[in-house]
Design a protein around this ligand. Structure first.
Ligand SMILES: Nc1ncnc2c1ncn2[C@@H]1O[C@H](COP(=O)(O)OP(=O)(O)OP(=O)(O)O)[C@@H](O)[C@H]1O
Ligand SMILES: O=C(O)C1=C[C@@H](O)[C@@H](O)[C@H](O)C1
Length: 296
């Protein structure tokens, strides 16, 4: 049977007294000078405000269908003692998050992984269950650059400019508490970003390339500038480009505090195809791996 988990990622999350007390400010003034190639942009960006709650979390509800793999979910991983249904997944998720919350002690969780690995999807589930606020670095950069899309930022100002902004966003987020942060796929390449992310707990969503390419081919590569330029069908293009990127970055992802391997989850659950793993099952495994790290 199919069930629905409603993710209420609403402004109220940020407005809870606990969050207000722990967060240094509700918006961040952006002061960094950029190194891009369009000098006219200096003024605009330097005076830009990052209205965190407003643009990213504000009044948004996401409905995720939890279906498929419920039948295949094994007790060992989900720790339920029986074959869970979708609603069991929600219960297990809640239980696990309550178990680890005290150990987290307010530390932020940074999700790292390739484009399309599910950082946003899984990150929203984690933030909701932990009562944390959710932020997506790419969205924050877009807001900082006046609503320009990531693809346009790459085109107009170049990758280096984008990466400088990314580092600045991560630096600022790292001074806060109780956040789940979906980082950009390439955030792992700059060692300075790790310095900030290691203030909290980083989780690598390790998804096989074929699954990534399938997901990306489904939605297209328009919003992902580093996948532009190859010829061929969307799946082949994505697969080729992602393979090269992963070769360059594999070791960087391994810096993360915890690794969530979809292949491992599928093996444990007796699920043949990683594409059948629900975001909730992946979020549960993320909590299991975070717990292992915290209790080391
Ligand atoms: N477990 C899953 N099963 C099937 N599809 C998924 C799953 N998780 C995410 N997706 C889909 O894959 C796509 C990419 O997911 P998402 O945006 O969460 O990834 P991301 O890591 O944040 O990507 P990016 O870094 O490019 O922003 C979306 O279309 C999403 O709906
Ligand atoms: O993998 C990458 O380098 C990127 C991933 C996206 O999230 C964006 O941050 C941008 O498209 C770059």
């Amino acid at each position: 049977m199919e069930a629905k988990v409603v993710q209420s990622l609403q402004w109220s999350t940020l407005n809870s007294s606990e969050n207000i007390m722990r967060r240094p400010s509700s918006s961040l003034r952006y002061t960094k000078r950029f190194n891009g190639n369009d000098q006219r942009h200096h003024q605009t960006l330097a005076s830009c405000h990052l209205g965190f709650g407003k643009g990213v979390i504000g009044q948004r509800s996401v409905v995720l269908k939890v279906s498929c793999s419920s039948q295949n979910v094994s007790a060992s991983v989900l720790e339920s003692g029986s074959v869970p249904t979708s609603s069991d997944e929600a219960v297990i998720l809640k239980k696990k998050s309550e178990d680890i919350e005290p150990y987290l002690d307010g530390r932020c969780i940074y999700l790292v992984g390739m484009m399309g690995s599910g950082k946003t999807t899984v990150g929203r589930i984690l933030s909701e269950t932990l009562g944390y606020s959710f932020f997506d670095c790419d969205t924050l950069i877009e807001q900082a650059v006046g609503g320009t899309t990531v693809a346009e930022i790459f085109k107009l100002y170049g990758e280096c400019f984008f990466r400088d902004n990314e580092t600045e966003i991560i630096r600022k987020l790292s001074s806060m508490q109780r956040l789940v942060v979906s980082t950009g796929g390439g955030a792992v390449v700059r060692p300075i970003n790790w310095k900030y992310m290691h203030k909290g707990i980083s989780v690598w969503l390790d998804v096989p390339l074929e699954a990534l390419a399938r997901r990306i081919a489904k939605v297209g590569t328009d919003s992902r500038p580093l996948l532009h330029g190859e010829s061929g069908d969307a799946y082949t293009k994505a697969l080729e480009r992602l393979s090269t990127l992963l070769e360059d970055r594999g070791e960087a992802y391994a810096n993360a505090s915890a690794r969530v391997s979809l292949e491992n989850i599928a093996a444990k659950l007796g699920c043949k195809d990683v594409c059948n793993l629900t975001p909730t099952a992946i979020a549960i495994e993320a909590l299991v791996q975070i717990e292992k790290f915290l209790k080391k």
